[in-house]
Design a protein around this ligand. Structure first.
Ligand code: F6P
Length: 358
């Protein structure tokens, strides 16, 4: 006899390639365990507005290879209010939804905690192209988004080389520079500009001039969307104009924006989504909730959502007074060690971008 008779699945926040593969795995595994499964359409707003469908094995056919989310997604402000939350709980009661698996990023996990605290055990599966959930080494969608960006950057490399130009490319990553950093390294860019590291603008301009004098024709600079000028302008566009004016290399600007959020998930994302989705159901059956599935050192595991959220705030220097109070000294030390590890990982790759572009 399954621990839960009926569970719900949802996708919330920004979509990510691989979300469908996760929804499929959760649905099929839960059905395999003898549970009924319902899909909550449009994320948390689907719970508020009672937009619920029954899922069968066929409902999730032919989606493992598709980007986006077949159950749609939303960023739902009403869910942050107690009134919205109560509507969501009423929908769960009406349909007999006893537990939920929620796919998304940090906003989704805050919602998951609220549901768990109100009696609906919830497990989070990390899906966001940004790879910005500090507690997990990997979030579903990151690899696909980077590969989509990389393909386009490679196209720009061809034409930059032909015309002896520079292309400054802005890629997504709200507060997190990992998409920019990794694609810069993998595309052989001359520079990466990310919020996590100070950027030497004058030094970069001098490097481009020196490389040009050395016979280099094409230049790429990858900038994260989360970098701004002091007066609040998006830095990528500003930098492109400066490189153009100061190096003598004609410079174009490209913003990839949401393009990298779509498209087919890579093998990495399909695999991880399936492994995490299956694990989420297993853990619910073991009686665990208010957890987020994580990949740590290559293993699929889980952490308490509150711990994960505060570890995230600690890394991003967004701690609020009292945030650390409910954690033990060991937990706080572990959060600090994790933040230091993440900084080291970023710094090592950042250094490599400059060491390998000449
Ligand atoms: O989901 C992450 C993300 O794609 C960020 O990289 C980006 O800043 C943000 O979402 C864009 O959000 P929206 O789709 O709401 O414009």
């Amino acid at each position: 006899m399954a621990k839960f008779r009926k569970i719900g699945v949802l996708a919330s926040g920004g979509d990510a390639p691989g979300m469908n593969a996760a929804l499929r795995a959760i649905t099929r595994k839960a059905l395999d365990e003898g549970m009924e499964v319902v899909g909550i359409i449009g994320g948390y707003s689907g719970l508020i507005n009672d937009n619920i469908i029954t899922l069968t094995p066929r409902s999730v056919s032919n989606i493992i290879s598709r980007g986006g989310t077949f159950m749609y997604s939303d960023r739902c402000d009403e869910f942050k209010t107690e009134a919205g939350m109560q509507k969501a709980i009423a929908t769960c009661k009406k349909h007999g939804i006893e537990a939920i698996v929620a796919c998304g990023g940090d906003g989704t996990f805050r919602g998951a905690t609220d549901l768990t605290n109100r009696g609906i055990p919830t497990v989070g599966v990390p899906c966001t192209i940004d790879n910005d959930i500090t507690a997990t080494d990997y979030t579903i969608g990151f690899d696909s988004a980077m590969n989509t960006a990389l393909k386009m950057i490679d196209c720009l490399r061809d034409t930059c080389e032909s015309h002896a130009r520079c292309n400054v490319v802005e890629v997504m990553g709200r507060d997190c520079g990992q998409i920019a950093l990794f694609t810069a390294l993998a595309s052989g860019a001359a520079a990466a500009v990310i919020p996590e590291m100070p950027f030497d603008e004058a030094g970069t301009i001098e490097r481009i001039k020196a490389m040009k004098a050395d016979g280099k024709r094409g230049f790429l600079v990858i900038v994260s969307e989360g970098v701004f000028t002091e007066d609040g302008k998006k830095y990528g566009e500003v930098l492109a104009k400066k490189i153009d004016a100061e190096t003598g290399v004609e410079t174009k600007f490209a913003r990839f924006a949401h393009v990298v959020r779509g498209g087919d998930p890579t093998l990495r994302d399909r695999m991880t989504a399936t492994q995490m989705g299956v694990r989420a159901v297993e853990l619910l059956l073991e009686g665990k909730s208010n957890i987020v599935i994580c990949e740590i050192d290559g293993k699929i595991t889980d952490l308490d959502i509150n711990y994960a959220l505060i570890a995230d705030r600690n890394y991003k220097n967004k701690l609020k007074p009292g945030d650390l109070d409910k954690f033990t000294a060991e937990q706080v030390a572990a959060m600090k060690a994790l933040a230091a590890q993440r900084h080291e990982e970023i710094e090592a790759i950042y250094k490599m971008v400059y060491e390998t572009s000449k």
